[in-house]
Structure formats: structure tokens, C-alpha cells
Design a protein around this ligand. Structure first.
Ligand SMILES: Nc1nc2c(ncn2[C@@H]2O[C@H](COP(=O)(O)OP(=O)(O)OP(=O)(O)O)[C@@H](O)[C@H]2O)c(=O)[nH]1
Length: 379
């Protein structure tokens, strides 16, 4: 049974047409760890057949047909989650511990993620745990070249599962892996044939460690520091930020303009400043913010960090942890994935709100006066 205040984790399973989503789902649903999982499948087309292919017990499989989750059946998804919750609370359905939403191959995952985060009633009962994207090892590279949806599916993923590895030639596979690494250096990559890919744990990518239920920030932010050590040649201290620095991964070589970078800030931040920074970012440039995850040390009580998780302009209700996880680095860490939003812009904005504006950039007071005018930073 769900404890009061505990939200049910929702995993999104995505990947381009034919990548192997249903195959993976069938495999992991056999794991007893996923026995109390409700599966929502979005089939694009008149007659849904995916529900016939996914072997799970009756009640907990819902199929949304005749439209794509990211557009026409979005309201249906929200209704489905509400109905599931109602069913569980009234005892009509057995308790569920997780929801997996399999999107159509052509879906942009962002609106699906937003549906889970953005509706107040849904967000009270469910939380977005993570996005797992299946990538076809044989066709993945050419699909990424041709389809923007596939690029986005990879960019927002927490975990990438490579299917059909045995069919791919080694050179092709190496090229695909390096492309995926460019697009999303923080997602962990799993071989679809491995034992790990057959377990329910690949669906768990949220803030809380699935075993201990204790917040595990480093895992959630994909161990930013380890990543730094591995790629330190790409990093430099930002000269205008005495206490803050950032790290970036240049993935702009193929023209999608997707960036993945992080901000690390050493001193606690005024809650109002964080609020305004996030508000400005999401209201003015929300569509360019593919994903943002952060843990923030706030000056009013640095012992209780704030957790932020957003997709474009929609954020989960901010959550204040009772304390820092054991052994965790206590600095503010933000991870951002953007499309068409220059890293320097975000860093300048952050610097302005945290009291370190560059000489030729507006400070917080100037931005509060006119939040949309950031001189020299036309988008
Ligand atoms: N050899 C091999 N075949 C696979 C693997 N994963 C999937 N397939 C095959 O690829 C085809 C498509 O797999 P599905 O699981 O239906 O793919 P999907 O992503 O759900 O497809 P759509 O729902 O159409 O987008 C099927 O014929 C699978 O048997 C794999 O890891 N190895």
C-alpha cells in the first residue's frame, strides 16, 4: 500500500519505431520486482495490437489507441492515471508500485513527461521517475540522422538501452555509442542483451534509491563529479563565477543544438533568487529547456536541500528533503539539457541571480525590473 505522501513512480519507455520497446517491456515485466506495475501503452493506429503482445495480467494494462500520447491522447493519459489512482484507493484495483508508459515510436517524450508533472492532482499521486529510451543498434545511427523525434528521445533519457546488439557490426556499434554519448553524456548505456536489461531496476531512475528508499542525489544526477573526472579536459572554470562553476559537453557537432551541462555552486542560495532564476528560465525559454534536475542548498536552511525536476516549462512541485543524503556533496548542483538555448545565457542568468553578474551583463535588480530584457543575449 502506498504510504501517505508517497508518490507512485512513473517510468516512460520510449524509442523509435521498431526499436524494441515492447520486447524489452515483455522481458522486464517477468521480473517479480515489477509485479505490481501498471502498464499504459500508446498504440498509434486504428486497432491497437501492442496490448496483445505485452504479457501482463488484465487489470493493470491500459491501452490508449488512436492517437499519439504526445498530442491527441494526452488528456486521456491524465484521465487514465487518475482512474488508476481512484481504482487503487477504492480497492477496485490491486495496489500498484510503479507505472510504465510505453510511448509510440514517433512520440516526443516531453509532453508525456509534462503530463505526469504538470497536473496538480496527478503530481500529488505520481512522480516522474525517469525515461528509458531503447535504441536500435543496427538502425539507430541512421534514425538519429533523419528523425528529430529520435534525437529528442535520446537527449531526455536517463537510461539508454541498446537493442539488437548481436546484429550490429562492431564499427557501426562504436559509432552509435559515441553519437549517443555526444547527445546525452549523462544517461547510462545498457546492452539490451545483458542480464541487467532484463531486470526491473532499469526502470528505476528517480531521486530515491529503489532499494533503500533514501535519496541518492549522485545517482540521480548521474554522479556529476565522476563525469567531471572522466571528461575534465572539457571543463574550465567560468571566470565570472567565483564560487560557481559549470561543466559542459559539446554535443553541437551535428546541428541539433542540444547541450548538456551542469552548474555547481558552493555557497547556499537565497530561495527567492532560485525561484526567479527558474521562473525566468522556464517562462521565457521553457520550450528550449528539455530537462532540468537540481539539488539546491538554500540560505534559509542549508541543511534541507531543495529538489527541482522540470521538463520544458513544467516542473514537479519543488520538494524539500528533510536532510542531505548521507555522504552527499552539499553543494548546489544543477543538470540541464537544452535545445537552442546557449549555455552561456543560462550561466549568465544564474550568475546574475546569485550575485556574480559579469561586468557587461545585467544584475539581479536589473532583471527584476525587466526580466525579459537581457542585453546582448538575444535568442
Ligand atoms: N535480434 C533482436 N531482435 C529484436 C531485439 N529487440 C527487438 N527485436 C525485434 O525487433 C522487432 C521490433 O521489436 P518491438 O519490441 O516490437 O519494437 P517496438 O519498439 O515496440 O516497436 P513499435 O511499437 O512498432 O514502435 C521485433 O521483430 C523484435 O523481435 C533484440 O534485442 N534483438
Amino acid at each position: 500500500m502506498q504510504a501517505p505522501g508517497e508518490r507512485i513512480p512513473v517510468s516512460i519507455l520510449t524509442g523509435f519505431l521498431g526499436a524494441g520497446k515492447s520486447t524489452l517491456l515483455n522481458r522486464i515485466l517477468r521480473d517479480p520486482d515489477l509485479s505490481d506495475t501498471a502498464v499504459i501503452i500508446n498504440e498509434f493506429g486504428e486497432v491497437g495490437i501492442d496490448n496483445l503482445l505485452v504479457e501482463t495480467s488484465g487489470d493493470s494494462l491500459v491501452e490508449l489507441s488512436n492517437g499519439c500520447l504526445c498530442c491527441t491522447v494526452r488528456g486521456e493519459l491524465i484521465d487514465t492515471l487518475a482512474t488508476l489512482m481512484d481504482g487503487v484507493q477504492t480497492g477496485r484495483l490491486k495496489p500498484i508500485r510503479r507505472v510504465v508508459i510505453e510511448t509510440t515510436g514517433l512520440a516526443d517524450p516531453a509532453p508525456v513527461m509534462q503530463s505526469v508533472m504538470g497536473n496538480p492532482v496527478i503530481a500529488q499521486n505520481f512522480e516522474l521517475d525517469g525515461v528509458v529510451t531503447v535504441v536500435d543498434a543496427v538502425h539507430g545511427l541512421s534514425t538519429l540522422e533523419r528523425h528529430g523525434e529520435a534525437v529528442k528521445q535520446v537527449a531526455v533519457a536517463d537510461r539508454l538501452v541498446l537493442s539488437k546488439i548481436s546484429l550490429a557490426d562492431p564499427q557501426q556499434l562504436a559509432a552509435l555509442k559515441s553519437r549517443l554519448q555526444e547527445l546525452n553524456p549523462r544517461a547510462s548505456m545498457v546492452d539490451g542483451d545483458s542480464a541487467e536489461a532484463g531486470t526491473g531496476s532499469i526502470m528505476a531512475n528517480g531521486l530515491y534509491d529503489p532499494g533503500s528508499k533514501i535519496a541518492d542525489v549522485d545517482r540521480w544526477l548521474r554522479d556529476e563529479l565522476a563525469l567531471d573526472a572522466a571528461t575534465s579536459h572539457e571543463h574550465h572554470r567560468h571566470d565570472h563565477a567565483q564560487h560557481g562553476h559549470h561543466h559542459h559537453h559539446d554535443v553541437n557537432r551535428h546541428g541539433e543544438d542540444i547541450r548538456s551541462f551542469s552548474i555547481i555552486h558552493d555557497t547556499p542560495i537565497d530561495p527567492m533568487a532560485v525561484n526567479m532564476f527558474v521562473d525566468l528560465l522556464r517562462s521565457a525559454h521553457g520550450e528550449k529547456l528539455l530537462r532540468m534536475k537540481a539539488i539546491v542548498a538554500l540560505s534559509d536552511n542549508p541543511e534541507r536541500p531543495l529538489v527541482l525536476h522540470g521538463v520544458q516549462s513544467i516542473f514537479h512541485p519543488p520538494q524539500r528533503l528533510p536532510h542531505w543524503p548521507e555522504g552527499s556533496d552539499r553543494r548546489t548542483r544543477m543538470v540541464l539539457i537544452t535545445q537552442g538555448l546557449p549555455e552561456a545565457f543560462v550561466l549568465d542568468l544564474f550568475a546574475a541571480f546569485t550575485g556574480q553578474p559579469r561586468i557587461d551583463r545585467p544584475d539581479r535588480a536589473a532583471l527584476e525590473d525587466n526580466p525579459l530584457a537581457v542585453p546582448g543575449l538575444r535568442m
